[in-house]
Design a protein around this ligand. Sequence first.
Ligand code: SAM
Length: 214
Amino acid sequence: MRLRNKPWAQEKIDHHSNIVVADPEKWQGKWREVFGNDNPIHIEVGTGKGQFICGMAQRNPDINFIGIERQKSIIVSAIDRVSDTELSNVHLMNVNAVNLRDYFKKNEVHRVYLNFSDPWPKNRHDKRRLTYATFLKAYEEIVIPNGEVHLKTDNQSLFEYSLYSFSKYGMLINNVSLDLHNSDFEGNVMTEYEEKFSALGNRIYRCEAVFRNK
Ligand code: SAM
C-alpha cells in the first residue's frame, strides 16, 4: 500500500477515541467492557481501510470486531468507514500486531483474520510475514481453544508459505480454496485489495487454520 504522509492523522485518531481505542493495553482482559457485552471477538490483523471489518460487523451484529492497523495514514480511512456505518460492534487499534499479547488475554479472542497480508517475498524477511511461527504463537496465546485463523490472499507464494507454516505449527487446515470467487463459498466479504486484484484477474486463495492441543 502506497503511504502518503498525513501529518494530521494522529490528531484525527485522537479525536476518534470512540472508534480507535486509545491505550489498548489498558483493556487487556476487559474488552467486554469496551463493547458492553460478552459477544465473541474477532480481530483482523492489517485491516487497511476497514472495508472487510465493517462489512463483517454489519452482517454479524452478535460478533465484536477489532481491526488492527499499524499505519496512521491508512487507519484514518478506516475511521471514516466505521464512522459512516455507525456500527457499535467494531473498534480499531492503531498498533503493531507484534505486540498482540499486550492487548489481549488468553482466550479473549475467538478468531483472527489475515487478509492480503504483505507477502514479504524475500526469504530473509520471512519473520515479518503475519503467518510466521512467532505470529502464530501470539495468535495461539490469545485465542480460545481451537481458535481459528482465516486467511485470504492473491499471492500464491504467501499462500503456499502460510499453508506450510500452519501445518508445521501443528494446525489443522480446513476449507482450502484455490479460487475463492469461483467456489461455492457463501458470504464472502471483499476487502479493498481483494476488489482491486480480482478485478485484474488474479485468483483469490483462502483457507482456515485451527489451533490444536491447547
Ligand atoms: N487487509 C486489507 C485489504 O485486504 O485490503 C489491507 C491489506 S495491506 C496489503 C496490509 C496492511 O497490513 C497494511 O495496511 C499494513 O500497514 C498492515 N500491517 C502489516 N503488518 C502489520 C502489523 N504487524 N501490525 C498491524 N498492521 C500491519
